[in-house]
Design a protein around this ligand. Structure first.
Ligand SMILES: C[C@H](O)[C@H](O)[C@H]1CNC2=NC(N)=NC(=O)C2=N1
Length: 78
């Protein structure tokens, strides 16, 4: 599935084989966030699932091109 837009956020759920892979992915997402200076909420839950949610705080919590660019960069590492 691609990213869903809900509550003024882009959201996507990822499932991995195990906790280590989920954590590694989480760290890679963090690198992208730092590189783009655009930071998501990253929820690692049920030991092997990661939910990413992103919105643009500087625009009053609205979805902008920055969020779409961020989502595309995350898609590239999955
Ligand atoms: C100065 C700094 O780059 C800005 O405050 C950045 C930080 N990371 C950010 N992350 C997100 N999701 N939205 C923002 O508006 C935002 N602004």
């Amino acid at each position: 599935m691609n990213w869903k837009e809900e509550d003024n956020k882009l959201k996507k759920e990822f499932e991995f084989e195990n906790f280590k892979k989920a954590l590694d992915f989480t760290n890679k997402v963090g690198e992208i966030a730092e590189a783009q200076k655009h930071h998501p909420d990253i929820i690692l839950h049920d030991y092997k699932n990661v939910r990413i949610e992103v919105t643009t705080h500087d625009e009053g919590m609205k979805v902008t091109k920055k969020d779409h660019d961020f989502a595309e960069a995350v898609n590239q590492i999955t």
